[in-house]
Design a protein around this ligand. Structure first.
Ligand SMILES: Nc1nc2c(ncn2[C@@H]2O[C@H](COP(=O)(O)OP(=O)(O)OP(=O)(O)O)[C@@H](O)[C@H]2O)c(=O)[nH]1
Ligand SMILES: [Zn+2]
Length: 198
């Protein structure tokens, strides 16, 4: 097998944690929350660091391999944990992603499917775009015959506040190539992902 390591790095946004901490303190003060008590004194700093962590993806090395053995069955990673923040409220949405592909020229290490999910989950997102970005990225880097991505998530902006639809989950999917066009492959993908599909 031929190794083709590829270091995946994201252009990190300029981050000024001290400014973010001051802004968090102002934000809380504007909402009438007094940070002078012992318990809250460090909170603006924690908020700044927590959001910096949530919004910044980790770099990783992606190694793809020639599909020398010609493996042509579905490869699927089920229930990859997903955590992101919605770009409308900057509140978390949490759930799982099922990511599969029908190998073409290239295959990749199984852990990298979860890495790709993590790469796009960081930063302000909407679930539909996140789903599509994962599928497109795999299509570009693996030239597979098909790609399927399903995300099932709970949005805290929908459950904790607003409409307070506690327990509601949102499912999004992107199917490309054979997984979109061939009913048998599509049904197999949904069956292996454990999703009821008419
Ligand atoms: N399509 C989509 N919508 C999202 C996502 N995350 C949050 N939203 C929605 O974004 C919308 C923002 O609507 P607005 O009316 O501008 O904001 P809002 O007044 O806070 O809306 P409510 O949540 O209904 O109180 C809401 O309907 C959210 O449920 C997502 O990933 N995809
Ligand atoms: Zn939201």
């Amino acid at each position: 097998m031929t190794l083709a390591p590829l270091r995946v790095t994201r252009q990190r946004p300029r981050q000024d944690l001290a400014a973010a901490e001051r802004a968090a303190a102002d934000f809380l003060a504007a909402l009438g929350i007094d940070c002078d008590s012992d318990g809250l004194a460090e909170t603006p700093g924690r908020m700044a660091r927590a959001y910096a962590e949530l919004l910044t993806p980790r770099d990783f090395t992606l190694t793809t391999f020639d599909n020398g053995e010609g493996y042509d069955e579905l490869v699927l990673a089920r229930a990859i944990p997903i955590r992101s923040v919605c770009e409308h409220h900057l509140l978390p949405f949490l759930g799982v992603a099922h990511v599969g592909y029908l190998p073409g020229e290239r295959i990749l290490g199984l852990s990298k499917l979860a890495r790709v999910v993590e790469l796009f989950a960081h930063g302000p997102q909407v679930q539909e775009r996140l789903t599509r970005q994962i599928a497109d990225w795999l299509t570009v880097h693996l030239s597979p015959h098909g790609v399927g991505v399903v995300i099932e998530a709970t949005h805290l902006c929908m459950t904790l506040r607003g409409v307070q639809a506690v327990g509601a989950t949102t499912i999004t999917s992107t199917l490309l190539g054979t997984l979109r066009d061939d009913p048998r492959s599509r049904a197999e993908f949904f069956a292996l992902a454990g999703i009821a599909h008419a």
